[in-house]
Design a protein around this ligand. Structure first.
Ligand code: PRP
Length: 183
C-alpha cells in the first residue's frame, strides 16, 4: 500500500518507502562491518518487525539466521499497557550466540527492556538492538539501542509494520495517523 492510498488518514508523512529503504541499507552496512566474522542471529519481534526484518536481512551482505518471538504489549488501542507477555518463544538455544533483536518501534521501551533482559538470562555471547523507529521522548526505561533507523515524534504513527487495530501495517512508508481515525 502506498502513502497516496491512505493520504487522507494521515496528518503527516514522516518517511517514504525510499527513505526507509535507504536508511535500512546504511544500517545493514554497519551491521555487516560490526559483525564481520561472527555468526549473527537476528530475532524479530512479531508482528510489527516483519517489514524491518525482511528488508534488513536482505540488505545484509553476510549470512544471518532468523528467529521470531511474539510479545503482547499493546491492546488494540493506541497506548502502551506496560503488560508484557511472551506469546511465542524462540525454538532454539541462544547460548553463546551473537543476538541482534530487531524491532519496528520503541515507544515506551517496556517491551524492549523486558525482552533484552529475558534474552540476556539465556547467556548469549552478546545482545544488541536494532529498531527502525524510536520515540525518543517516550522512553521510560532506557535500553541501549545500537542501531536506530529514525528518531520520530511521539505521535501515533502507522505504516512499515506499525498498525492501528490491525490496519496500515502494509503501508510502505511511515505517517502520523489522523486523530479522527482512532478517536
Ligand atoms: C509494538 C512494537 C514493539 C512495542 C513497542 O508492538 O512492535 O514491540 O509495541 O512498544 P513499547 O516500547 O511501548 O513497549 P505491539 O505490541 O503493538 O504488537 P505488534 O508488533 O504485533 O503490532
Amino acid at each position: 500500500m502506498e502513502i497516496e492510498d491512505v493520504r487522507s488518514d494521515l496528518t503527516e508523512v514522516l518517511y517514504t518507502a525510499d527513505q526507509i529503504e535507504e536508511r535500512i541499507r546504511q544500517i545493514a552496512a554497519e551491521i555487516d562491518h560490526d559483525y564481520a566474522g561472527l555468526d549473527l542471529l537476528l530475532i524479530g519481534v512479531l508482528n510489527g518487525a516483519v517489514m524491518t526484518m525482511a528488508d534488513l536481512s536482505r540488505a545484509l551482505r553476510s549470512h544471518c539466521e532468523m528467529q521470531w518471538m511474539a510479545i503482547s504489549s499493546y491492546g488494540s488501542g493506541t497506548a502502551s499497557s506496560g503488560v508484557v507477555r511472551i506469546l511465542k518463544d524462540l525454538n532454539i538455544d541462544i547460548t553463546d550466540r551473537h543476538v541482534l533483536l530487531v524491532e519496528d518501534i520503541i515507544d515506551t521501551g517496556l517491551t524492549l527492556s523486558y525482552l533484552v533482559q529475558n534474552l540476556k538470562n539465556r547467556h548469549p555471547a552478546s545482545v544488541e538492538v536494532m529498531a527502525a523507529f524510536r520515540k525518543a521522548e517516550a522512553i521510560k526505561r532506557p535500553v541501549d539501542v545500537r542501531y536506530v533507523g529514525f528518531d520520530i515524534p511521539s505521535d501515533f504513527v502507522v505504516g512499515y509494520g506499525l498498525d492501528y487495530d490491525g490496519r496500515y501495517r502494509n503501508l510502505n512508508g511511515l505517517g502520523i495517523l489522523a486523530p479522527a481515525v482512532y478517536s
